[in-house]
Design a protein around this ligand. Structure first.
Ligand code: NI
Length: 274
């Protein structure tokens, strides 16, 4: 049985309301034993926590020790944070609310946060301010972070470099080249690879998937978006993280089981056992 973790999913959204239980069953059948549900504003952060509470999974000590998750639905965890699109909504009060929400035992990280220079839905200086404030909170709470980037690594990397050793986390849906991968690794960040690695025109990302060190890779869906090639055009869901993991296994010339072991260990090292 494979073990996979979807390290970035948005199954708290309305688009999953009609069939969320079936989605979780398919995830379990695909070998997904944990899902990190990512908030991107107050509402989706609260809903991520509510979902994690609702699906609290009981694990016996023996099962945990032997890492036997087969007959169990996926464990659900949450993050809380403000996406750069909504950076303009991050004020003192919102930071206080995020601080309170982050105290919940199922909250493993802050984010997604970062910079988005593709859509620029908030002005760039406002995006940077919101990013810095959430980084301050991550330092204060000693929580890892989930970074959203679009066409902004040239600004994100220096901001993280200025906090080297003080913040850690994952470059979610990594879209840079091998050079940016090395710069991210040097800052202690993990590389999150999702559905785009299965697309035909993604040579640079496939190169990253081949070269990323075994101790720095995590896999994700970013569902409902970024559906892997085999279902492209349809809604993405956590079960499809398996297609991404299979593609990476093929690119690296190793088994899916090995990818599952690596990425589960990395997820646990980053988010569960700091
Ligand atoms: Ni996302």
């Amino acid at each position: 049985m494979n073990m996979l973790i979807d390290s970035h999913a948005h199954i708290q959204l309305d688009r999953f309301d009609a069939d969320r239980e079936a989605v979780l069953e398919r995830a379990q059948e695909a070998g997904v034993h944990a899902i990190l549900v990512i908030g991107f504003d107050l509402e989706t952060s609260r809903r991520a926590i509510a979902l994690a509470e609702k699906h609290e999974r009981q694990i016996s000590a023996t099962n945990k020790k032997n890492k036997r998750w087969e007959n169990l639905p996926p464990q659900i965890y949450a993050t809380v944070g403000m996406h750069p699109h909504d950076a303009k909504d991050l004020d003192d009060e919102t930071i206080c609310i995020f601080r309170d929400l982050a105290a919940h035992p199922k909250v493993l990280a802050l984010g997604e946060m970062g910079l988005d220079y593709y859509r620029n839905l908030s002005p760039r200086p406002i995006q940077k301010e919101a990013f810095e404030r959430q980084l301050d909170l991550a330092e204060e709470l000693a929580l890892p972070i989930v970074i959203h980037n679009r066409e902004a690594y040239h600004d994100i990397l220096p901001i993280l470099r200025a906090r080297r050793g003080k913040v850690r986390g994952v470059m979610h849906c990594f879209s840079g080249d091998v050079e940016i991968m090395h710069q991210s690794l040097a800052l202690g960040f993990y590389i999150g690879i999702g559905g785009p690695v299965t697309y035909r025109k993604s040579a640079a990302l496939q190169e990253v998937a081949r070269k990323v060190p075994a101790d720095a890779l995590v896999v994700e869906t970013d569902c409902p978006w970024l559906t892997p090639q085999f279902q492209r055009g349809r809604r993405n869901e956590p079960a499809y993280v398996r297609a991404t993991a299979e593609k990476i296994a093929e690119l690296r010339g190793i088994s899916l089981e090995k990818i599952g072991e690596m990425t589960t260990r990395n997820f646990e090292e980053l988010f569960i056992t700091p």
